[in-house]
Design a binder for this molecule. Structure first.
Ligand SMILES: [Zn+2]
Length: 309
């Protein structure tokens, strides 16, 4: 006990300046190129997001592209700009359907169409992210798409940290539409706190289910929140001992090679592996994936002024 106390004292002294190392995490942004947001046009957002990431020396991040947005020159220019800034470009289908609700052949054709439309973009990666993280039910459909991905040399661009950043953005959009004042500093702080909570929830779950902290990939969206606050998120992660890494590194983790057999994939790779380890899916809940809780959290933080009566 004395030895442990001494070690703990030494560790505390040694880490007075530096936080205790936690783990490693990569950022990924889905649904690019998204349309007009509460603050930015698409082009303004792309410029702001690239600059926000550059300002904190972020490693490359991944953009999972919904390629129906590449019909316009503006959409193509944004994805090209992300690639030219050193970020990684990958497939999120053309039309963003639920696999479980879509004919299997049509779904695979939509993946192929997205690959074709991404042709010539810089910094491509052979990764595929399932829209809504829906890897398919029933099993036959799930397996047919897994086989199709393997045949095409595409790997599952899974996430380990699920959250509803898109819901925070939609509440912001609604507040603007309703004429409510928005406290951007409070909005950014709430966004960061909700996401840090999600990272630490899935990391603790991984330690319970796998016995270790894997290299993480957080799901984010190419939205105005990211363009404004990705730097704050990165700095908050670093302050808590997290190391930011490229998705290239994260997808080299051994969990990348595991194809979960459970059909419960909607919370990403750690959620699925936790269910396979015997953890009840019903217990996998936290603030960042509960719409009512997110709404209450933003009200509690006074992010938006009182609604007009
Ligand atoms: Zn998506």
């Amino acid at each position: 006990m004395i030895g442990l106390a001494l070690l703990a004292g030494f560790a505390a002294a040694a880490t007075a300046q530096e936080p205790t190392p936690r783990g490693r995490i990569a950022l990924s942004f889905d649904d690019a190129p998204r349309g007009q947001g509460p603050l930015y046009t698409g082009s303004q957002r792309a410029e702001a997001l690239i600059e926000t990431l550059r300002a904190v020396n972020a490693p490359p991040v991944a953009f999972f592209v919904k390629t129906d947005g590449l019909g316009s020159e503006e959409g193509r220019a944004r994805i090209r700009a992300y690639g030219e800034a050193g970020h990684l470009i990958a497939n999120h289908t053309n039309s963003h359907n639920w696999l479980s609700r879509t004919d299997t052949d049509a779904y695979i054709a939509d993946i192929d169409l997205a690959e074709t439309r991404l042709d010539g973009m810089p910094n491509r990666r052979a990764w595929f992210r399932f829209p809504y993280l829906d890897e398919g039910t029933p099993r036959e459909k799930r397996d047919a798409v897994r086989t199709a991905l393997t045949e095409r040399g595409l790997r599952n661009g899974y996430v380990t940290v699920d959250n509803y950043d898109w819901y925070i953005e939609s509440l912001w959009q609604t507040a603007v539409r309703d004429g409510r004042e928005v406290d951007l500093a409070a909005l950014g702080a709430a966004y960061v706190d909700i996401l840090i909570g999600a990272v630490e929830f899935y990391d603790a779950l991984a330690i319970t289910a796998l016995g270790r902290s894997p290299d993480h990939v957080i799901l984010l969206h190419e939205n105005d929140l990211a363009a404004l606050f990705a730097d704050d998120l990165i700095e908050a992660l670093r302050a808590r001992g997290w190391t930011l890494i490229s998705p290239d590194e994260a997808y080299a983790d051994p969990i990348a090679a595991i194809e979960p057999q459970t059909l419960m994939t909607r919370q990403g790779q750690i959620g699925a592996l936790a269910v396979e380890a015997g953890i009840a899916a019903s217990t996998l809940t936290h603030l960042a994936i509960e719409e009512a809780q997110i709404e209450a959290f933003l009200e509690e933080r006074h992010v938006f002024s009182a609604p007009e009566r």
